[in-house]
Write a protein that binds this ligand. Structure first.
Ligand SMILES: Nc1ncnc2c1ncn2[C@@H]1O[C@H](COP(=O)(O)OP(=O)(O)OP(=O)(O)O)[C@@H](O)[C@H]1O
Ligand SMILES: [Mg+2]
Length: 242
């Protein structure tokens, strides 16, 4: 389970997150929806532990992330895969090196062991044959697959965070990435947070949905619950009142 309790964060005078409460049950996927600049990526960074809220707590399976020391945080991040906005691959490295990077940096695995893990992950995302290619030689959808494989490199994921994983992809490729995200969830029973602007994709991958506006959660619920919302912002977002 991932739980945010009254998470508050500001940059100078501007409050980005104002007492955010969120609960993502184990094995479920929460989709975060909201306008650009509403703080969605900031929420993911708080869960990842790269940003510390000014107040409030973030808990992952009852561990409070803000209280972990350096070593505990590293250990925690091994179980948390992050797929960054735009994928954020190293262009100078091959696909295999991108996926294996963390293992080379942080473990004493032999080259053979790293390669075996890399091949397993690339097979899982359907990119076995691209191991020696450079990210620049791949399509946008393939790059997202590499980013997902890389996010799972350290360990089978307990938590997965995806920041706009389908932005800029055509509808067919987006669907295939959503299918992959669902497969990760099923295979590993992972607890997931997905930020997206795309409602079709949100419904494909989400079990629960939350709307962020003006630094606050305005509603969280199942698809049925949000579609029955009377909030004008949500109704416009879902194109219910057009
Ligand atoms: N390091 C920073 N210093 C100051 N302000 C910041 C910093 N990082 C983010 N912000 C501000 O915090 C707000 C929330 O940013 P965030 O990246 O979380 O938005 P977002 O919802 O992910 O937007 P998008 O949909 O465009 O990715 C924005 O107004 C942004 O300008
Ligand atoms: Mg963002």
């Amino acid at each position: 389970m991932i739980r945010l309790e009254k998470v508050t964060l500001a940059y100078g005078e501007s409050i980005i997150l104002d007492s955010i409460d969120l609960v993502i049950p184990t094995g479920k996927t929460m989709v975060i929806l909201g306008e650009s600049g509403s703080g969605k990526t900031t929420i993911l960074k708080c869960v990842l532990g790269t940003l510390r809220p000014a107040s409030g707590r973030v808990l992952a399976n009852d561990q409070e992330i803000g209280r972990l020391n350096e070593e505990e945080l590293l250990r925690f991040r091994q179980r948390m895969g992050m797929v960054f906005q735009e994928g954020a691959l190293f262009d100078s490295l091959t696909v295999g090196e991108n996926v294996g990077f963390w293992l080379w940096e942080h473990t004493d695995f032999s080259d053979e062991k790293v390669e075996e893990r890399v091949r397993t992950l690339l097979k899982f995302v359907g990119l076995e044959t691209s191991i020696d290619q450079k990210p620049s030689d791949l399509s946008g959808g393939m790059r997202r697959r590499v980013a997902i494989a890389r996010a799972m490199a350290a360990e089978d994921p307990v938590f997965m965070l995806y920041d706009e994983p389908t932005t800029g992809l055509d509808p067919f490729t987006s669907k295939s990435i959503c299918d992959l995200m669902r497969r990760v969830q099923r295979e590993f029973q992972s607890t997931n947070i997905v930020v997206t602007h795309d409602l079709t994709d949100a419904y494909r991958v989400g079990d629960l949905f939350t709307f962020i506006k003006d630094a606050r959660v305005i509603q969280t619920g199942t698809r049925k619950e949000i579609e029955n919302s009377s909030d004008p912002f949500i109704r416009t977002f879902l194109s219910l009142d057009l």
